[in-house]
Design a protein around this ligand. Structure first.
Ligand code: DGY
Length: 321
């Protein structure tokens, strides 16, 4: 029997996923869950047939060029692939896959949590209670914004965007969206399509960012675009920090142009722009969109399904390069 392929695993994965990996491959695991440097990744990949990274490993063109020749595939444990230079992988003939679908529900839950948390000043309120500085109740105390019946604008009506829209309908929100292409009527489910982002911005009481991070979408939410939102709008981001110009978002939150923001993802995580910490009207979470037991297992199994297909000589279901 031929030797099982060696797979370099970037981070510590759920137990059931590592057990399946050990059954079918020779995994190089990371039990301490330490974030490897680029040089470490290159050295550890020696003799590996595949790498299984998370979005925390930056597989730049420079790093990919130095990966050992043995590496045939990069099977990501993530739906986002902005941490991988896809062109460089393609140029080296390395197959790249991601894990779509399985994290849409979990991420949409966090989008709704951010929307409610931002609109209803949840972290501000929690800080008051925890710090024992909550003194009184009055009609003007901790007044936030109601989301029920408001207009939700979704930028990027892909898998996650569509689930966010479905959940938001539970709050009787009117759904508007902007997407590269218009969805069919069944998927649209009454949502209003906006061909231009500017048109969507003008009607978005709450704006949810759900599009991928690409060179084109970098800094999408800048001062010019934020100015097009209704005064007192709320911006939520569960996609990638790169979609936002931090200085501009912070300025709009500080000036009151925006009522609030809810963020789960940031530029330069985990060293986020310090300006966010100084604002009361931003609800901050530490990139936990997919962090449920169910989803983290499912992401791992999806990555392994892709790996299995590649080593069985089949086309992987989630090939992105
Ligand atoms: C993803 O899968 O892209 C999530 O952001 C977690 O990595």
């Amino acid at each position: 029997m031929s030797e099982k392929p060696v797979v370099l695993v970037g981070r510590k994965l759920p137990e059931a996923v590592e057990a399946r990996l050990a059954r079918d491959y020779q995994p190089r695991l990371n039990p301490d869950d330490r974030l490897y440097t680029g040089e470490e990744l290159i050295a550890l990949a020696e003799g590996a047939a595949a790498v299984l990274p998370c979005h925390t490993e930056h597989l730049t063109a420079e790093l990919i060029a130095q990966l050992p020749q043995s590496v045939r595939a990069i099977c990501n444990y993530s739906v986002g692939v902005d941490h991988v230079d896809l062109a460089a992988a393609k140029a080296r003939g390395i197959i790249v896959t991601n894990t779509p679908d399985v994290l849409s529900d979990a991420t949409a839950e966090i989008a709704i949590l951010l929307m409610l948390g931002a609109a209803r000043r949840a972290s501000e309120g929690e800080r008051l209670v925890r710090s024992a500085t909550w003194k009184d109740w009055s009609p003007s105390f901790m007044v936030g914004r109601q989301v029920t019946g408001k207009r939700l604008g979704v930028v990027g009506m892909g898998r996650v965007g569509q689930v966010v829209a479905r959940r938001a309908r539970g709050f009787e929100m009117e759904i508007h969206y902007h997407n590269r292409r218009r969805l069919d009527a069944a998927a649209e489910a009454g949502a209003v399509y906006h061909e231009s982002l500017d048109s969507l911005l003008g009607v978005s009481d709450v704006l949810s960012l759900n599009c991928p991070s690409t060179p084109e979408s970098k800094g999408l939410m800048n001062a010019e675009r934020i100015a097009k939102l209704p005064d007192g709008a709320i911006v939520i981001n569960t996609a990638r920090g790169a979609l936002v110009n931090d200085e501009d978002l912070i300025a709009a939150l500080a000036s009151g142009k925006l009522a609030a923001a809810g963020l789960d993802v940031y530029n330069n995580e985990p060293d986020i722009h310090p300006g966010y910490r100084e604002l009361e009207n931003v609800f901050l979470l530490p990139h936990i969109g997919s962090a449920t037991l169910e989803t983290r297992d499912a992401m791992g199994f999806r990555a392994l399904d892709n790996l299995d297909a590649i080593f069985a000589g089949r086309e992987p279901g989630d090939r992105v390069a």
